[in-house]
Design a protein around this ligand. Structure first.
Ligand code: FES
Ligand SMILES: [Fe+2]
Length: 433
């Protein structure tokens, strides 16, 4: 399953061997959704909902722009159907009508309007108000979406082609025997692709400076690099790229001639060696010690950090064009029962609030890029520090399963022309070394 050369992702052999490495060469004007679908790629598994949330009462969720209803079938497996009755369109979940009586029969869902009742495969098994001998019932069938449950999370396949094994879409860390996975789910008012893009760009020293949390780990006093000198795509595979900023630890302040000032303007309280770096970070039990940088992986997986004893990985399931269901998976390898318990307690009492989710992502990143703070349709010009985003917008769409399985040849050819023009633009060169 794991191959160290590919970091567990699919590979097309275009590894970081210099010659075949893809480096965007010019400033790019390709927009957020010129090629990346606004409602997400379809031909993939997506995390949909926590398994424990589906009990006897059906649950309605919007995913990839479609309204879906989840319930438990006769085998107690989570079933997913479009939340629209094939009879006359009532929401099977009830929608705002609360779905009175839709869970009358265990293992089935009953439409709250005329009582047509469906099993987990979408087959109508009884049309209650059409009588026991209904001729319509056997002919009535709803689409059913394949689901799989893994470590407490229900995944859904909303593609129109045959589903691949779940193992193909989830990073291989998810299937390690000793892995403990904590999941944090939240709805964010932002397009899914913008939050992907944010996961590995140069905003760090602007947005994430000096907040309260950094008092505790002393990072507030640490000398931090203030800017990047570009980004490198350090590894490229069939469905992913690895990304590393070109950053110099000693560039903690820069002089900006256009302003006649230095930035950051003040940093007198920062001193060298303030922060203790945990030497274990790259050793025992670490994940992906060989992964050269952060990760963007299709369809919507981002991992901002390179390595560590725990992996903070985000998997975005689009809801509609302006919101996303954000699944943050924190993975850690632990076999010792007591340590496992300690880690879980630490996660719930501290990590969720202070490490990467509520304090950082929601309180710092989201306010500058959510709906109302950033206009994804505005003309944009991307440069050297946006190399990963240029790749994500320009190349990644054509690696997708959607491109391979659904997109027409003419669409791909038309896009290739636009890309060629985009690549010919002037401006930034990103040197290899
Ligand atoms: S609309 Fe659902 S049974 Fe009639
Ligand atoms: Fe951030």
């Amino acid at each position: 399953m794991t191959t160290p050369e590919t970091n567990g992702h699919q590979s097309n052999g275009h590894q970081a061997n210099g010659a075949s490495r893809y480096i965007p060469r010019g400033a790019s004007g390709i927009g957020v959704h010129d090629f990346v679908p606004e409602l997400g790629y379809r031909e993939y598994w997506y995390p949909a909902v926590e398994d424990r949330r589906i009990s006897r009462k059906p649950v309605a969720l919007k995913l990839l722009g479609d309204q879906i209803v989840f319930f438990r079938d006769t085998a107690n497996k989570v079933a997913a159907l479009p939340d629209a009755c094939p009879h006359r369109g009532a929401f099977l979940s009830g929608g705002i009508g609360k779905g009175r009586g839709n869970n009358e029969f265990k293992g089935f869902i009953t439409c709250p309007y005329h009582g047509y009742t469906f099993d987990g495969t979408g087959q109508c098994v009884a049309a209650l108000t059409d009588g026991p001998n209904s001729k319509l019932a056997p002919k009535m069938r709803a689409r059913s979406y394949p689901t799989r449950t893994h470590k407490g999370i229900v995944y859904i396949w909303m593609g129109v082609t045959e589903p691949v094994p779940l193992e193909e879409d989830l990073p291989e860390e998810f299937f390690l025997d000793d892995v403990v996975i904590q999941t944090y789910v939240k709805i964010w008012p932002i397009n899914w692709s913008l939050t992907m893009e944010n996961s590995r760009d140069s905003h760090n020293s602007k947005i994430h400076r000096g907040q309260f949390r950094r008092l505790f780990n002393l990072a507030l006093f640490n000398k931090l690099p203030a800017f990047w000198e570009g980004t490198e795509i350090t590894e490229e595979g069939d469905n992913y790229i690895c990304i590393a900023p070109r950053v110099r630890q000693d560039q903690v302040q820069g002089y900006f001639p256009g302003l006649g000032k230095k930035w950051p303007q003040h940093d007198w309280w920062r001193f060298k060696g303030a922060r203790r770096v945990n030497p274990l970070n790259q050793q025992r039990n670490a994940f992906n010690n060989s992964r050269p940088g952060g990760l963007y992986r299709l369809p919507s997986i981002a991992c901002p950090s390179a390595r560590g004893r725990s992996v903070h990985l985000r998997y975005f399931t689009p809801i509609d064009k302006d919101s996303v269901r954000m699944f943050t998976f924190t993975l850690r390898r632990e076999t010792n029962v007591i340590k496992k318990w300690l880690w879980k307690s630490y996660y719930h009492m501290w990590y969720v609030y202070f490490n990467s989710q509520q304090s950082v992502n929601e309180k710092e990143d989201l306010p500058v890029q959510a709906v109302g703070a950033l206009d994804p349709t505005a003309p944009q010009k991307l440069g050297a520090t946006d190399a990963a985003i240029i790749f994500w917008r320009r190349r990644m769409p054509f690696k997708s399963r959607d491109a391979q399985r659904l997109w027409s040849q003419s669409r791909v050819e038309a896009a290739a022309l636009t890309i060629e023009q985009d690549e010919e633009r002037e401006a930034v060169e990103i040197p290899l070394d």
